[in-house]
Write a protein that binds this ligand. Sequence first.
Ligand code: 2HG
Ligand code: ZN
Length: 455
Amino acid sequence: MKLESLRTILGNDGIVTDPSLNSAYTVDWTRRYKGYTPAVLLPRTTGQVSQIVKWCYENAIALVPQGGNTGMVGGATPVNGELVLSLKRMTAIEEVDDATGQIVTQAGATLGDVQQAASQLGWKYGVDLSARDSASIGGTIATNAGGSQVLRYGNTREQVLSLEAVSGTGDVIGDLRGLPKDNTGYHLPGLLCGSEGTLAVVTRARLRLVKPPEEELSILLGFRSLNEALEIVEEIRKSLDDVQACEIFFHNGLSLVCERFEIIPPWNEQLAAYLLVDIGGQAGLEERISNSPLSAFFNASHFVAYGNDSQSRKKLWQYRDLHTEAISAAGVPHKLDVSLPHGKLNEFCNNVQEVINAIDDQTQSFLFGHAGDGNIHVNILGPDPEDLEVDIAVLKYVASLGGSISAEHGIGRAKAHHLYLNRTPTEINIFQEIKSIFDPAGILNPGTIFPQQEI
Ligand code: 2HG
Ligand code: ZN
């Protein structure tokens, strides 16, 4: 591959060809997807991204856009030797507009940077997830990232007012006007959110900010049965206006976290299920909770722990946030990120182990996630990374319950062959037609969302 033209566009420091320096870009966060690349391209401007993509289009060379490389479905890994287009050097936060509560940022800024810039001006960005310090805003847009506060503020799609992107022909599309009302045809930001780098490369975005809560409180609750925990999830959602997050985990995940990070468990007794609830709103939260129907439960339970300052809240959150890292330290997990319709979570959590055991009874499974959204992360240790039998069984089970095989991580490569479980052939055809208009040469992230085709 003649990379000289790219060197001319990017300068010597904008293109990395030495494999020993490329490894951080060719393996995904889970270590399940490994690839190789002739070069990592590091543009600084939208103009450079446009020139790179144009060159690739004209030369029929595939590329994989990459942000913080924290994805979990192999959607940013150059498994077939594609070029890597990393947005890592496009980190500028260009504007925080105090009057409208909007922020304009380049795609490579981290989620944490955006959260911080917003908070410095008295605003809040309504997306949060544990990889906040590495995940890029562009990556969260490309995957329509969810995270722990979807319950309150919605997915990333609901935060993106406008965006700028480069299509598969190298054309710059979109705008950054952030008009609250703009019904001029199809909604590009909505379409590109969750398109996983297969339609265009997101380069800049204008995001909506929200007013931060005056007061925040975290409550960890332990339950002797899952059913009881899920009943409380419903009660919490009904009786409190201010719920920001409602997370769930189980005792095997909690034990792993505590062992790995040498943390003392919240209670001596091993319980069936744990909920971590974040409440944030106007001052007087504790009083509002004690006047709510929940107070009888909180007062009667032995397993309630409150965090009302940042340190004590952080302490409770680490039981939940450290699951991913603790599991990853124990092996290379098969990660399934599913959501269930209301009323099916109990059935799913109770039966999924049986579904897994029917294929392989030597596995270890960890369930945790966002109970308030019906979104459970099933992490399975044991099967070979290439062996998908267990994955398929779980995804089929989810689909049979009317759930989604990808709640918030995307389809990537991991689920490209299983999209049919949730989408009809007609829908998949329409998706492919849309892709071919944005990316006529099929150079953008081949193999993601749709199984690999030769270009
Ligand atoms: C979370 O909710 C992330 O912590 C990661 O979505 C989930 O590691 C996972 O499977
Ligand atoms: Zn999650």
